[in-house]
Design a protein around this ligand. Structure first.
Ligand code: F6P
Length: 412
């Protein structure tokens, strides 16, 4: 019997993951690996992002290897290495990348990452003709995936990045747990959430029962806004039945500092990475102490930090990564490079199918802030449209409510 040759028999595809990890990267790697194998590719994994393409290279063979796509993080590991010259590293390491692509005989490279990793890959494609395909990834959900959210007759430009659904679920669960301790102490807890310059992830705390007040990087907290915000905090606290609030705030919130007279973010360190990004951290402490000092209400800060991106891949992300990997297979067959698969429409779990995907230029995915449709700057709260966006991705809120109204005992 004649043996059938697969379309890409004898070719090698390599996968790398760069930037901050998410719970959905292993799922993306497994899904791309499986589809590429079916097409006949030998599949390699490049370890530590672009770093694994430098020097002698750090490459493993993923073909026919068992792979656990439910396990969070990335088994290929990650780095924020930039092969192009940067302020931190002015030397171009592109020749090293090209040399290794040749040494390992890599025909196609799939880069799982955000704007930085995929942007570098796109430059390699444009400058050197290296066949690359991007794959979206970030818990920040700030890549311009051009995913349309149909809401009450309106088409809102939303974003849907693998990693966000799992992280959003984790933040919702975290805030739901936090609520019980806030209730017990009649406190305000200011919950700091990752997300860099965008408030997408911060909003997911409302699905854990946090809010209604929240602060996001897209809304600058000037001196006047700060006064109004603090007044609103007091009103909401007094109105809350259990005298407590969990206020989600983005790590990148820009807050008026009385000492300097300026609006600024709070940095965790003065260092920047090879793409020029600083690291945020600590705004929750600043806001909590201003609430305590100015309003006389006990307030505490809690940084959710890496909890958001830690742990296993959730159901929605699992199917999302598989659906986008189906589109990668389509791009491979058409030999369409320099592109990235995305969801065309925001759809619930059961509609995550290839016909709902499209491909966009992977070099034009720059930072997408939260749309104005999703946050009301006047009330410092997420809108019903945002709740609907979350309902599609997370299905239902996570929180329990213990409603009690014990009769007060009056001694005789
Ligand atoms: O971009 C993803 C992200 O998790 C951001 O939300 C956060 O600001 C940053 O990475 C943290 O970076 P690092 O992993 O270098 O601490």
């Amino acid at each position: 019997m004649k043996q059938e040759t697969k379309l890409f028999e004898g070719k090698t595809l390599a996968i790398l993951s760069g930037g901050g990890d998410t719970p959905a990267i292993n799922s993306s790697i497994e899904a791309v690996r499986n589809r590429a194998s079916l097409l006949g590719f030998k599949v390699y994994g490049v370890r530590q992002g672009w770093k694994g393409m430098l020097g002698e290279g750090d490459v493993v063979d993923l073909t026919n290897q068992p792979y656990d796509g439910w396990y969070g993080g990335t088994a290929l590991r990650s780095s924020r290495t930039n092969p192009f010259p940067s302020k931190k590293n002015p030397e171009s390491r592109v020749p090293q990348v090209l040399r290794n692509l040749e040494r390992y005989k890599i025909d196609v490279l799939v880069t799982i990452g955000g704007d930085d990793t995929n942007g570098a890959a796109k430059r390699l494609y444009e400058m050197e003709g290296i066949p690359v395909i991007g794959f979206p990834k970030t818990i920040d959900n700030d890549l311009r995936t051009r995913t349309i959210h149909h809401y009450e007759g309106k088409d809102i430009e939303a974003v849907l990045c693998p990693g966000f659904p799992s992280a959003a679920k984790a933040v919702a669960e975290f805030s739901a747990n936090l609520k019980t301790t806030a209730e017990s102490h009649s406190r305000i807890i200011v919950l700091e959430v990752m997300g860099r310059d965008a408030g997408w992830l911060t909003g997911s705390a409302i699905f854990g029962g946090a809010g209604p007040l929240a602060l996001i990087p897209e809304v600058e907290i000037t001196r006047e806004r700060k006064e109004f915000f603090l007044e609103t905090v007091k009103e909401e606290y007094m109105r809350s039945p259990k005298r407590c609030l969990v206020i989600p705030v983005s790590e990148g919130v820009r807050w008026f500092d009385e000492k300097t007279g300026k609006v600024d973010v709070v940095y965790a360190s003065s260092e920047v990475d090879e793409y020029g990004h600083p690291r945020f951290g600590g705004i929750s402490g600043v806001i909590a102490s201003e609430i305590s000092n100015k309003l006389g209400i006990e307030a505490r800060a809690q940084i959710s930090g890496y909890y958001a991106r830690a742990g296993h891949c959730r159901m929605y992300d699992r199917r999302l990564t598989q659906t986008l990997a189906d589109k990668v297979a389509d791009l491979l067959i058409r030999e369409e490079y320099g592109m990235m698969p995305v969801m065309k429409n925001l759809v619930p779990f059961v509609e995550l199918e290839e016909f709902n995907t499209s491909a966009i230029d992977m070099g034009k995915i720059g930072n997408k802030p939260l749309s104005e449709d999703y946050f009301d700057a006047n009330t410092f709260s997420f809108t019903d449209a945002y709740r609907n966006f979350l309902e599609i991705v997370l299905e239902k809120p996570e929180f329990d409510e213990f409603r009690y109204n014990f009769p007060v005992v009056i001694p005789e």
